[in-house]
Design a protein around this ligand. Structure first.
Ligand code: ATP
Length: 262
């Protein structure tokens, strides 16, 4: 009965506009939502599932959450590693129950984060079994559930990984994760959005130049930019004068953000 503890039915409210860039990704996810709502309007199904891959902290999870917020679909999120930590047999049951619950609550989204930990290659080099049987059984269960999906309308399956090369090719066959999309680091415009979103609601000093910060953050992930915004608050707080009774809180200045980025 505890197997489903890690399912998160109430994802944070994330809108498309909170995500900088990633236009292709947003379009593909939006199309899948349309299909899930009105399959009869499509000449061909755009696929059953989407696998998102790319470096850490670049909005894979965020995009899955935004898909849930924007569509209003129920959201079932599970981390591969958590399934793997369950007792023998329990994790397969957890996967089956997950699909059952998603069907019952449709329209819904199932999001497998870190899918490589359960959907990894079943055999290693030379054909020797390189994976524990628990993971193999779970992968088989997952494939069965996705194949049995034919009659299953109203469930959109998403998955994410940082290691696409480790994914068992069986997961990418037609009728499973038909679409494999790269979610890359943010570009200049996306970095500007990430700074804007993460300084929203903060008292920001007039000298803060977001395009300039975004230029300096080139090569950084969204997660790193978010962390820099948080660190800037700590820096600003540290230099705040207790005796300054004119204002009750410090302002975040350009220098604080630059310092945090470094
Ligand atoms: P991981 O592979 O580590 O799970 P991920 O790609 O799933 O990474 P997210 O959890 O989606 O990464 O992103 C981490 C945080 O970084 C988000 O909560 C968000 O604050 C910020 N972020 C990343 N990319 C963007 C973006 N394009 N727009 C706005 N925020 C972003």
């Amino acid at each position: 009965p505890t197997a489903m503890n890690d399912i998160n039915l109430n994802p944070p409210t994330i809108h498309w506009q909170d995500i900088g860039g990633q236009d292709t990704l947003k379009k593909a996810l939006g199309l899948m939502v349309k299909y899930t709502k009105n399959p009869e309007r499509f000449l061909r199904p755009p696929g059953k599932g989407i696998l998102l891959y790319g470096p850490p902290g670049c909005s894979k999870t965020l995009s899955a959450q935004a898909t849930a917020t924007e569509s209003g679909f129920n959201f079932f999120a599970v981390k591969g590693a958590e399934l793997l930590n369950m007792y023998v047999g329990e994790s397969e049951r957890a996967v089956r129950t997950l699909f059952e619950r998603a069907r019952a609550a449709s329209p819904s989204i199932i999001f497998f984060d870190e899918i490589d930990s359960i959907g990894g290659q079943r055999t290693g080099a030379g054909g020797s079994a390189s994976r524990n049987t628990g993971a193999v059984n779970m992968l088989t269960t997952l494939l069965t559930e996705m194949d049995g999906f034919e009659t299953l309308t109203g469930v959109l399956v998403l998955a994410a990984t940082n290691r696409p090369e480790a994914i068992d090719p069986a997961l990418m066959r037609p009728g499973r994760f038909d679409q494999v999309l790269y979610v890359g680091p943010p570009d200049q415009a996306a970095r500007e959005t990430i700074f804007t979103v993460n300084t929203r609601g903060l008292p920001v000093a007039e000298d803060v130049d977001i395009p300039e910060l975004a230029r300096r953050a080139e090569g950084h992930s969204g997660a790193e930019i978010k962390a820099a915004c948080n660190d800037a608050c700590v820096i600003a707080q540290g230099s705040f004068e207790d005796e300054d009774e004119a204002v009750s809180k410090p302002q975040v200045k350009m220098a604080d953000l630059e310092g945090a980025l470094q």
